[in-house]
Design a protein around this ligand. Structure first.
Ligand code: SAM
Length: 230
């Protein structure tokens, strides 16, 4: 009973601060997330402060899941046949983006996660998820800067996992992979301010799409450019 009253108070405070329109958007956002969590049978919600789980890296961002609505909306814009897609998630967290991607029949999904504890949660979610259509899923524990992209990775995904030198090194690795094995690589980057600065002026990659999703999450989609392919 007390918790119901607390929820009502919380809702009233939200309406007072954001208006009825803001409240409806938030409600819709939460319902969509809840719907997919139930449908897939996974538990990927909630923010995790990395320092609370013993990870302290100045470049690393805390773990929080992407909204399912935003993920599916941007994913469907990638012009690759699903069975050809090798999807790489830098910073897997509890595995929401991996599970959402795995509802499509992709060739392979690879993910890397710095926190051992979060990687365990992600694996648990992946193993028990329903409606899984990608069978090859490989989750690695470790630092994103040390991951060498295999030659067939063609869709790279980031939801604000890190900035600074870590992001610069990861972008160099993507560039190197593209130079060694020229191909179209698409990059989806949620919260892409830092990424935009890192690739500004680069000739090998260009932005093809930009959209802002609720709640104020900007997303850029990029594709590699090479003389041989363009
Ligand atoms: C915002 S969460 C993204 C969660 C998930 N990809 C999604 O879209 O729902 C960012 C994750 O990146 C991880 N991360 C931060 N720095 C990292 C690094 N250097 N290497 C690998 N993972 C890292 C964090 O531990 C965190 O779980």
């Amino acid at each position: 009973m007390n918790s119901r009253i607390a929820q009502l108070r919380h809702a009233a405070a939200f309406v007072a601060n954001h208006g009825i329109g803001g409240f409806s958007r938030e409600l819709c956002h939460r319902c969509v997330n809840l719907y997919y969590e139930r449908r897939l049978g996974v538990a990927t919600a909630g923010r995790v402060k990395l320092t609370d789980i013993g990870v302290s890296r100045s470049d690393a961002r805390d773990s929080m899941p992407i909204g399912y609505g935003a993920f599916f909306s941007i994913f469907k814009r990638i012009p690759l046949p699903k069975p050809d897609v090798v999807f790489l998630d830098f910073g897997v967290g509890k595995g929401r983006a991996v599970c959402a991607a795995a509802t499509f029949p992709l060739k392979q999904i690879v993910g890397v996660e710095l926190s051992e504890a979060l990687a365990e949660v992600a694996l648990f979610n992946i193993e028990r998820m329903r409606h899984r259509k990608t069978m090859r899923i490989d989750i690695r524990r470790g630092d994103a800067t040390e991951l060498r992209l295999s030659r067939d990775v063609n869709l790279v995904y980031f939801f604000n996992p890190f900035a600074g030198d870590t992001l610069v090194k990861v972008v160099e690795n993507i560039h190197r992979s593209h130079q060694e094995f020229p191909r179209k690589i698409y990059v989806i980057f949620f919260n892409n301010d830092h990424f935009d600065k890192v690739v500004r002026g680069e000739q090998w990659i260009k932005k093809i799409y930009q959209k802002t999703f609720y709640p104020r999450i900007a997303c850029g989609v990029y594709e590699t450019v090479s003389a041989a392919l363009s």
